[in-house]
Design a protein around this ligand. Structure first.
Ligand SMILES: NC(=O)c1ccc[n+]([C@@H]2O[C@H](COP(=O)([O-])OP(=O)(O)OC[C@H]3O[C@@H](n4cnc5c(N)ncnc54)[C@H](OP(=O)(O)O)[C@@H]3O)[C@@H](O)[C@H]2O)c1
Length: 222
């Protein structure tokens, strides 16, 4: 499992529910890196997207613990424990933690790679992630050249975790990733945590097969 985030000088990531700065090259990097992948996010991060809608062309998993919460186009998980059970259907390399602060903090120990866009400015943030430069188990493996947007210098830095906590990924859902690569609008009625629980107790090993069988997605779209 990987994480992707843009940070300022203080490892600040957001303010007033929004990003500190929107850099077109960074948005492009995010789009290209996460296309067709499984995204894990908190409810506040979902609300920060245009129209509060899930990102197209990716499987959006949203953490929210309000009973009965449903999000059109997304799977809602009520706990980290339920999230981990659902993630068992995928390849760890396909799973990206995309924020915000509370989710990065909870899932950091399970991530093996972090794609950090380092923005050299002070964004006066109210939301932060841990400083990976001060974390013993994290080290830089690559860094892009320095770029500039609107007077702010930035670079793409990749960190690796030498001792990630293990997660039981089984990757039975290769074709589901294909489905989400097509930029379609899946799950029109959403897939709430109670639906996720039904799937998990059903014994069906593949989330895709379950979604097809229960008509959450249409066979011809796969
Ligand atoms: N710079 C970047 O790359 C980047 C990326 C993403 C987001 N951001 C920024 O980060 C900020 C949002 O971060 P945030 O920490 O406020 O919110 P968040 O992590 O996006 O979402 C928090 C929400 O998720 C729920 N939640 C958290 N853990 C849960 C769990 N284990 N089980 C069930 N539900 C859970 C919380 O419910 P409870 O409150 O009930 O626990 C809350 O509703 C925004 O400013 C956003 O723009 C920046």
């Amino acid at each position: 499992m990987k994480l992707i985030v843009a940070v300022d000088n203080n490892w600040g990531i957001g303010k007033d529910g929004d990003l500190l700065l929107s850099i077109p090259e960074d948005m492009k990097f995010f789009r290209e890196t996460t296309r067709g992948k499984v995204l894990v996010m908190g409810y506040n991060t979902l609300l920060s997207f245009p129209g509060g809608k899930p990102l197209p062309g990716r499987l959006n998993l949203v953490l929210n613990n309000e009973p009965g919460c449903r999000v059109k186009g997304a799977v809602v998980c009520e706990s980290i424990e339920q999230l981990f059970r659902l993630l068992g259907n995928f390849d760890g390399g396909d799973v990206f933690v995309i924020g915000g602060g509370s989710i990065y903090r909870q899932l950091l120990p399970w991530c093996d790679t972090a794609y950090i866009t380092k923005m050299r400015f002070d964004g006066d943030a109210d939301t932060f992630i841990p400083n990976l430069d001060e974390a013993e188990e994290w080290s830089v493996v690559s860094e892009s050249e320095m770029m500039e947007h609107d007077g702010v210098l930035f670079s793409f830095v990749t960190y690796r975790n030498s001792a990630p906590k293990p997660l039981a990924f089984r990757a039975v859902d290769g074709t589901l990733a294909q489905y989400f690569k097509k930029d379609m609008e899946p799950l029109p009625d959403g897939f709430g945590s109670e639906d996720a629980e039904r799937f998990l107790s059903d014994g069906e090993p593949s989330l895709e097969a379950y979604l097809l069988r229960e008509s959450y997605i249409k066979p011809q779209e796969v």
